[in-house]
Write a protein that binds this ligand. Structure first.
Ligand code: LFR
Length: 494
């Protein structure tokens, strides 16, 4: 029943893993083979990803995959935006920066204002985030490297290059750079020229499903996989892979891909490049098969994870399950934050940042851990509501139900609060949406599944999903919403 096994290397901001997906007609089964931490490291040059270490994690996982049996192909997805530069010999010039590094903080706005925010959006349709690739490339530190660089590779493309020796730029991830023309789906030489970037650094674009290359001999020798094992280009932006695996089988659905970030929005056939969309900071990132991921970034579980990290460093309890139980008992709507406030992007001490934000907005800061968790989850649920309502207005669509996928779908309280806040039924799961999307695109390249609808039907039929109905309290949520600010229009969100 499971004739093919595909290896998905799926790297998130806090951990990476290699998962084997077995796919047959009507069957989809996942096994996690290897998981490794992803810890950012601060060097004198800023906050960096330990990319060789992550690559070694991928290799170790692939070795496990080889032990487990035949591997039909390999696919790689990671977070977006970040990149490495290669010189003429293919050597990596410096360790890639982490998107939470602060070197673009003021620069991003300067570049945007000089170029014209309206102009940038009209070409790229990309939300303004201070870490968009285009702003990172404008940073002084990169200037020296850019002088000798010959190739720019986004993180999953760089890992694929190390596995195969072949270069390319996968298009869903390229659409997060601020250098891709949303209309034509090609690199924008005009925007490259604006920041003085030689467009020859940008590799040829490749579509999900395309063959990327086969394994270099030393990779084959280490992993035990044959050199003929293909690396298949998947939707290499993790969020794009997650959207592939949204188990939507009926019209009217919106999605929230909830992990470190909450990415909330709609799948559209064409970008919405209106001035209203820009003012609300909606993005038009690419999905597979020419679809548009019309969504907004919301700060997501990062807020909670960073609290847990700081509690655990101080010797306080940090286990999720008891914290969520405490949060469920805490007073509703006691304190609310705007999760997208810039001070939450990379604070040293998240609980302190939340307390400051509450004090600054005239609220009594939550003191117990349960109250802080409640504040985070209610605030996220409200942000989900605001973003989805605005997306529906801007795209002229009706939303009848919400799919919440990713690690956050395990969080019962967040799922229920999201149903309550939006007033819509929430279908939670799959948790492993990103890896599933990665695997399905590989399976399709092997002719095992058809279009997006068929892939999603397979997910809906095989994965464990939970349903949450809104429990009322409509007035209280309306009042809470009014407290944190009305429609999305802040010109300088994170
Ligand atoms: C989620 C994600 C988001 C992107 C952010 C930074 O993991 O890929 O889509 O905006 O990380 O790359």
């Amino acid at each position: 029943a499971f004739p093919y096994a595909f290896a998905a290397a799926d790297l998130g901001a806090t951990s990476g893993r290699v998962i084997i997906g077995r796919v047959g007609r009507g069957n989809l089964d996942l096994t996690e083979l290897h998981r490794f931490p992803n810890t950012a490291t601060r060097l004198p040059t800023g906050l960096h990803w330990n990319l060789p270490g992550l690559y070694q994690g991928v290799l170790d996982g692939l070795r496990e995959a080889a032990k487990a049996g035949a591997v039909a192909s390999i696919g790689i997805d990671t977070w977006a935006v970040d990149y490495g530069l290669l010189d003429a010999d293919g050597a990596l010039l410096g360790l890639p920066h982490h998107y939470r590094d602060d070197r673009t903080q003021d620069l991003a706005e300067r570049v945007r204002d000089e170029a014209g925010a309206e102009y940038l959006y009209s070409v790229t349709g990309l939300q303004h985030l201070p870490f968009n690739t285009v702003f990172q490339l404008a940073a002084a530190q990169d200037r020296a490297q850019l002088g000798i660089a010959k190739t720019l590779l986004l993180v999953p493309d760089l890992l694929a290059y190390w596995l195969t020796g072949a270069v390319g730029a996968e298009i869903t991830n390229a659409s997060t750079t601020g250098l891709l023309d949303a209309g034509t789906g090609t690199w924008s030489h005009d925007i490259a020229a604006l920041i003085g970037l030689d467009p020859r650094l940008l590799p040829p674009l490749r579509e999900p499903g395309a063959f990327a290359g086969s394994l270099l001999p030393h990779v084959a020798a280490f992993t035990g996989l044959p050199t003929t094992t293909p690396v298949v280009t998947v939707a290499s932006h993790d969020t794009a892979s997650a959207v592939v695996a949204v188990p939507a089988t009926e019209p009217g659905s919106a999605y929230i891909s909830c992990g470190t970030w909450s990415l909330a929005g709609l799948e559209l056939d064409a970008p919405v490049l209106t001035e209203e969309a820009r003012a609300a900071n909606f993005t038009n990132e690419r999905g597979i098969d020419g679809t548009i991921r019309y969504l907004r970034n919301i700060m997501g579980m990062w807020l909670l994870e960073e609290c847990r990290r700081s509690w655990s460093a101080r010797g306080l309890p940090a286990d999720l399950v008891p914290l969520l139980a405490e949060a469920a008992r805490a007073e509703p709507f006691a304190a609310l934050i705007d999760p997208d406030a810039p001070e939450f992007l990379a604070p040293d001490d998240m609980p302190a940042a939340i307390a400051d934000h509450c004090a600054r907005t005239g609220q009594r800061p939550p003191t117990s851990q349960g109250a802080i968790v409640r504040c985070i989850l209610e605030s996220l649920a409200l942000a989900h509501r605001r973003v989805l309502r605005r997306a529906a207005e801007l795209a002229g669509r009706d939303i009848t139900h919400v799919h919440l996928v990713g690690g956050g779908s395990r969080n019962d309280l967040l799922c229920q609060l999201t149903a309550d806040a939006t007033g819509l039924p929430v279908v939670a799961g799959p948790t492993e949406a990103t890896a599933i999307g990665n695997i399905l695109v590989q399976a399709r390249a092997h002719g095992l599944v058809g279009d997006l609808a068929e892939m999603r039907r397979l997910v809906a039929d095989t994965q464990h999903l939970r349903r949450y109905s809104p429990q009322g309290g409509r007035r209280a949520w309306d009042a809470a919403d009014a407290r944190v600010g009305g429609p999305l229009s802040d010109p300088d969100p994170v």
